[in-house]
Unconditional design. Sequence first.
Length: 261
Amino acid sequence: MPSPFPGMDPYLEPSACWPDFHATFINYLRNSLNDRLPDSYDARIEERVVILDSFDRPSQLFETDVAVVEDRETPVTAPSRSSASVLLEPVTLPLIIPQRERQHFIEIYDYPEQSLVAVVEVLSPTNKQSRGREDYLTKRDAYLHQDVHLIELDLLVGGLRLPVAEPLPANDYYAFVAHADRRPYCDVYHWGVRQPLPAVPVPLKAPDGEVIVELQPVFTEAFARGRYERRLRYQKPPRSQLSRADREWAGQLAAAFRQER
């Protein structure tokens, strides 16, 4: 079943559905690219593992994890050289276990050189906050210093935006298209939650120009195939950081959708 919204569904952000939606959207985006790419190119899904640790949590002070408990009612005697080892009394403390998040992205290669031509990223919440943002920006900088086109889709209202030298136009969603031969300039496409997702160019090697990928059909198919309308909480206002007017509008659409089901 399709989403009740004309474009991006704000109920996906933030929700437990997002990681699955992200992977599903990437898959159908790759398929759409391969349908449009010349025969001398192919788009591949790649994966990175992001480690989320204490940097994403409030700082904590740690005390010693072992202590010796003294019973003051028991007389203290000098230890004997032949006595057994003293068994210490442990203090039980919680561990900080790093969480792992698998993130998918798309790389476009050409033939027969097998060289990397373009990278397509769809940002996740962890790319836009704390340690995860720092790690992503490091990888982003590496791409920007290579002869590689970089396309970044920000389908999340919340979190920090990608850094640019001038203020971004005010809106909900963005697509950044950074041509390798036009650094440091970048084309920024932007749209609101009440609009369908746009078509975005994906540049290739000269003289092959670019291909145009329509994001709205990709989103529509990914949403329907994932059956997210069954899991999203349309009975409550969206948690996305939209404007008050857009939140009310979204809530009304969600209420009408529930009545039709």
